[in-house]
Design a protein around this ligand. Structure first.
Ligand SMILES: [Zn+2]
Length: 585
């Protein structure tokens, strides 16, 4: 599925990497590069760097790197060819020909078509006699026909009626199981509908594709909810319900609720920036996704202990993504739906406006945990509160809350601030240590996976990486280097293949650029290659240096061969002795 260079070249130049990345990451110009918070790992200080000149990116935190296509692959969770198609659509280019279609991307497309047709079927059923019960359920919740239409709500009757309809429309059984619309019975090996006698909430992504469904029972039977599990087009851990609407609402803030029924009620009441995670607890990926579309998250979670635990979890992930957080507590333990029904949207809006930020919220939760009447209780409350405040990055914030707390408990503010500062020093040290060791672990993990031989051939692989990075940035070094260094001289397998590829491209007069490697290498492999390029960028090497690297590699290879002398023919043995003698000098 090799795409013509001409096509790729145009694709890359018509999708400037800073533009593409800017749709996901807020970038700041820094000299000839642009930096932002990495969308692939949580961080507070930007280490994600975009290089417009080479159409590439590299994260100094987690080591993720590559070209524009690799970026889209990774962030949109697409195959190589689908990422290329994504970029072609983005700039209005036509794909060269459809033979490049591979089986996976065809199946993806079929799943999306099946989902769209299924959503239409469910919606039609809702207004048919069979769907009566479902429609009444939505009416009882107070949803209007307009809301039902807007969200494309539906009803799944029993008796495998979806299966019959989809087969009639020409869908194959494999496509239906891949879409998680049907499953195969273990008992008789027959297909059956996964969603039966349930009201249906379709999940639509920001591009308007139906990617999944949630189904809720109408009685007390279990399970109460069934949600699409991971498919080629849907990943539970990073889907947010109603983000397609919330994204367009331009509020700058997003309301995060627990369930999609709450979300629909809020939208109907005029709060079009409400979203929810889908049948799973809030993840790091959700936080990263959310932070792309909003500066502020307003959390509304149930007052029960599961809800409060969920809120704490969401707070910790959202804090890492650097977004501002507020937490709404609804009086009397009501859910937002009940509150709006009883008091109206205006009162709810007030509730949002005077909601506490996450620190105030967590202080309140801490206060509830300790009995403040006893001095023991007050001491432990103060200690935990000081630890909490020590995590705040802004000294102004720390000062404000320390002041409040000191007043509240009638203690000295400066003593409290000292205490906070002490905790902070420890916390910052630990955080830096943890971040660093995580980055090292991640980088090492990538290398181990991509080029396992590197670990046992450290000197050789370092030289190889140094050389390959130099060659990618300076293809004019290739002729001299290739005269001295044969591919078979390269010690580690991955680097040998990369070297062969570079020589081939150079021989054919093709461009050498990360973008042209993306079709042959997976994301982790691209990260590894990007790291080589990054090192070469930081330590620009001369022609001579490239040749020095080549010499190191050649001698390392010889050492390796000679470490098993019994396998060598006599003339090689002689050569080996000479070599060892020369090394000793
Ligand atoms: Zn990163």
């Amino acid at each position: 599925m090799a795409l013509p260079d001409m096509f790729l070249q145009e694709l890359i130049s018509r999708n400037p990497i800073t533009d593409v990345v800017s749709s996901y990451v807020r970038l700041r110009q820094r000299g000839r590069t642009a930096v932002g918070l990495c969308p692939f790992h949580g961080e507070k200080t930007p280490s994600f760097t975009v290089y417009p000149e080479t159409s590439s990116f590299y994260c100094f935190g987690c080591g993720a790197g590559g070209d524009t296509i690799t970026f889209i692959k990774k962030i949109e969770n697409l195959s190589y060819i689908d990422a290329v198609r994504f970029l072609a659509d983005r700039c209005g280019m036509k794909m060269p020909d459809d033979k490049t279609d591979d089986a996976v991307s065809r199946l993806r497309m079929r799943i999306l078509e099946a989902n769209r047709d299924a959503a239409r079927f469910f919606h039609r059923m809702l207004y048919s006699p069979e769907g009566r019960e479902g429609l009444e359920y939505f009416y009882k919740r107070g949803y209007t026909d307009k809301t039902i239409r807007r969200f494309g709500l539906g009803y799944a009757p029993g008796n495998n009626s979806l299966l019959h309809e989809m087969r009639r429309m020409g869908y194959k059984d494999d496509e239906l199981t891949a879409a998680f619309l049907a499953a195969r019975s273990k008992r008789n090996n027959q297909l059956y509908d996964i969603f039966q006698r349930r009201v249906i909430i379709p999940i639509i992504d920001i591009r308007g594709n139906v990617i999944a469904f949630g189904g809720r029972v109408l009685d007390d039977s279990k399970p109460k909810y069934i949600n699409t599990s991971d498919t080629l087009v849907f990943k539970k851990s990073n889907g947010l319900f109603a983000l397609n609407f919330a994204k367009a609402s331009k509020e700058g803030s997003i309301i995060l609720c627990e369930g999609y029924m709450d979300v629909i009620s809020l939208h109907q009441a005029g709060f079009q920036n409400a979203v929810a995670a889908l049948g799973t607890s809030f993840t790091k990926e959700h936080a990263l996704l959310l932070s792309r579309y909003a500066n502020e998250a307003i959390l509304i979670f149930d007052a029960d202990s599961a809800g409060q635990k969920g809120a704490q979890r969401a707070i910790s992930y959202l804090r890492q993504s650097g977004i501002h957080i507020r937490v709404v507590t609804i009086p009397d333990g009501k859910d937002p739906d009940e509150f709006i029904k009883k008091y109206g949207p205006e009162r709810f809006k007030l509730l949002l406006e005077k909601s506490a930020n996450d620190i105030e919220y967590q202080l309140i939760q801490l206060g509830k945990k300790h009995s403040l009447e006893t001095s023991d209780g007050r001491v432990s409350y103060l200690r935990e509160a000081a630890i909490l405040l020590s995590r705040l990055n802004s000294s102004i914030e720390r000062d404000v809350y320390a002041g409040k707390l000191a007043d509240e408990l009638n203690v000295s503010k400066s003593a409290l601030l000292d205490q906070i500062e002490r905790y902070r020093n420890v916390a910052v040290k630990n955080m830096k240590k943890a971040e660093l060791s995580q980055a090292i672990r991640q980088n090492e993990g990538v290398i181990r996976k991509v080029n396992p031989e590197a670990a046992s051939n450290i000197r050789a692989s370092r030289a190889e990486e140094g050389l390959l990075g130099l060659l990618i940035l300076n293809p004019d070094y290739i002729p001299a280097v290739s005269k001295r260094l044969q591919p078979d001289d390269i010690v580690t397998g991955f680097n040998k293949n990369l070297y062969i590829k570079l020589l081939e491209r150079h021989k054919n007069g093709q461009m050498i650029d990360l973008s042209f490697l993306a079709s042959d290498y997976q994301e982790d492999e691209m990260s590894y290659i990007s790291r080589m390029v990054q090192n070469a960028r930081e330590n620009p090497g001369t022609h001579e240096q490239a040749l020095e690297y080549a010499d190191i590699i050649i001698s390392e290879k010889k050492m390796l061969l000679y470490s098993n002398p019994e396998n060598l023919p006599e003339d090689k043995l002689r050569e080996m002795l000479e070599f060892i003698r020369s090394q000793k000098k």
